[in-house]
Write a protein that binds this ligand. Sequence first.
Ligand SMILES: C[S@@+](CC[C@H](N)C(=O)[O-])C[C@H]1O[C@@H](n2cnc3c(N)ncnc32)[C@H](O)[C@@H]1O
Length: 297
Amino acid sequence: MSKEHPPHNLHVPVLLDATVETLKPKVGENYLDLTAGYGGHASRILDITGNYAESVLVDRDEYAIERLKSFSDRGVRLLHTDFAAAGQQLADEGLKFNVILVDLGVSSPQLDQFDRGFSFTNSGPLDMRMDRRQEKSASTLVNNASEEELTRIITQYGEEPIGFSRIIAKAIITNRPLSKTGELADLIKDSYRGKWKKTHPATRTFQAIRIAVNDELRQVEDLLPNLPRLLKPGGRVGIISFHSLEDRLVKRYFKEQFDLGLESELLPITKKPIAGDIYDVHNPRSRSSKLRVAVKK
Ligand SMILES: C[S@@+](CC[C@H](N)C(=O)[O-])C[C@H]1O[C@@H](n2cnc3c(N)ncnc32)[C@H](O)[C@@H]1O
């Protein structure tokens, strides 16, 4: 691994060996990383291909982009935007890649830095924006959405039972304005009438609000149809998801492609996803991860 790349202890890449073994990067191939983060996957793949000049790293988080500057020093193009927009832009430019990776979700620094507002263990401002140029934050949502909208978001994106979603939404409406993640977490904890063991009762609501603030499912839906346009014949795309709703979108799209038979552009090569709890047991971040891979015909 090259010494000039960002320190990987900031974020331990998920399913790294499995990703390299299934995407099979080769010397000279070009690479598109649509969620480059702290460059863990990118380092390993670019070390193999050596093709920096024709590769592109994307992230919507300026803090990640800052840390990826060492790659641009070696000729890699960096794009500070969301991957739905990046996918459209690169496809419109007519660029095509041998290897594409999408590693969804949040990075460890996003969770660990209290001032990003993703965490309730370290209370911070209600923010949760991956891209801080965006207007809508967790505060906008929590302090302005209707009770019905909050119930829907918590039920749909947090997969919280509807009864408890309603209780949380009502508690939010009654107690707002809220400004800190800790306040919101305490409110949810106080509304919870059962016993909880491992998972704090606010976990699912925080996930739901994060998904809504960053429009995470729409991002995936918009990106998927552009993937065939972005791949060279024989090119491989891998998608790592952490949430069943995201994985369902990928699985459905790959199945649609498979069902098209001769007319399909992509051939899924992972019938069952490669699961982090089996293939990356030593990395706690991998627990709920799933990798699906497809090849461009
Ligand atoms: C799980 S981390 C990726 C880690 C990376 N593979 C590594 O090895 O360091 C996810 C990254 O994707 C970024 N991200 C998430 N959704 C995004 C989107 N829709 N568009 C662009 N970047 C996104 C986040 O900001 C975060 O830096």
